[in-house]
Design a protein around this ligand. Sequence first.
Ligand code: FEO
Length: 493
Amino acid sequence: MSIHVKNNIHWVGQRDWEVRDFHGTEYKTHKGTSYNSYLIREGKNVLIDTVDHKFSREFVQNLAAEIDLASIDYVVINHAEEDHAGALTELMARIPGTPIYCTHNAIDSITGHHHHPEWNFQPVKTGDSLDIGNGKQLVFIETPMLHWPDSMMTYMTEDAVLFSNDAFGQHYCDEHLFNDEVDQTELMEQCQRYYANILTPFSPLVTAKIKEVLGFNLPVSMVATSHGIVWREDPTQIILKYLEWADHYQEDRITLFYDSMSNNTRMMADAIAQGIHEVDPGVAVKIFNVARHDKNEILTQVFRSKGVLVGSSTMNNVMMPKVAGMLEEITGLRFRNKRAAAFGSYGWTGGAVDRIQTRLMDAGFDISISLKTKWRPDGSALAECREHGRQLARQWALHPLEAPRPITTTAVTAAPVVVAQASQAAASAASTLDDDQSMLCVVCQWVYDPALGEPDQLVAPGTPWAQVPDSFLCPGCGIGKEVFEPCGAEACV
Ligand code: FEO
């Protein structure tokens, strides 16, 4: 089935609703993808790009229903990767002498994949054009390393359509073809995910190439990508977005990711995040366990962030493997203009934190001081984590922060009080409590019952709250005694 794009241009591509892995298993395509191929019928018939090799037969069959294959005058291949040039073997078996317009580099990669050096390759470079009749031309623009050495774009004059291949695309499958027809939030999420995970390393080239293309002063009525939607409404919006993303992009956002053997490093992450939030409530803070979360989403969050905190338990004197894998990926993506620091819990050596710190420095981050905690953090260690978070929040602030304000909690009393005062108030209040008074953690609603104690922390049954040690941590959320208040008549039911 073809879809009308504009004038004599039709989409003849393939939707792939079920694909979940791209580039091996490195890119998770939760929203599927599409392989966009375009058929132009002017004085000459031109096919721009094909589809993924796994749809070769379907593609050629559908194309043959659309046009007599022998009447295709030219094939243009903007990029040789298998998701776009993959159906060439099947297609060229039917039209073997048809000229294939591509870059010099693409001849090498197409031949390397398909092993047909006899195909009628017509190499082009930036500024070369091809007359397709009816007063229209195709103009070629090389885009090396965006994202392969062979990549190029093709611009169609008069119709003013830019066939951009991977650039400005998304792994996003929808029955609608045009940007104004789909969910805008989903669309931009997928655009940003695509940029962050694939194009970030090439940001300097993105800026230079877009400026070069804009310098041609060509009108652009549509950007016809090879994945996802066609930009029809305000097509320059995605070009401007790319310029923004390529320019050391960051938001007022901090990402923490970690892996944790015994939950101790997770507790540190939570406490550091609390400290950041206390000092700078406007900053977005996101926390991820790398072992449990979508890697591409974490990388997208890193892309959006001004700073990154990376945590790991120490295992065999090194960091946990999934953290090491993420750092390798982050190094390859070459993020710039971002701060970073390491943290983690350890038992007898703390090698992981030092190694993470070194890797972050090697990856080009502006490094801040790291933080280690021995064994399971107690109340005092968690307080140190919170203070660490406060310091980082001040150091990484993008805007002047208000003078330190009292850190308030309505949990302890109805009126705001500073934490230190809260602790004193809690201690003094505890001394007046009945021995059988239950206590509610106002953060997670866990209840301390003196009759049961908390044997996991060596608090024996029958221990009144006033005698529970200050190092006590809520088993539910890991925060200390200061967030507990006496159970009211109904509060602990
Ligand atoms: Fe670089 Fe969509 O392939």
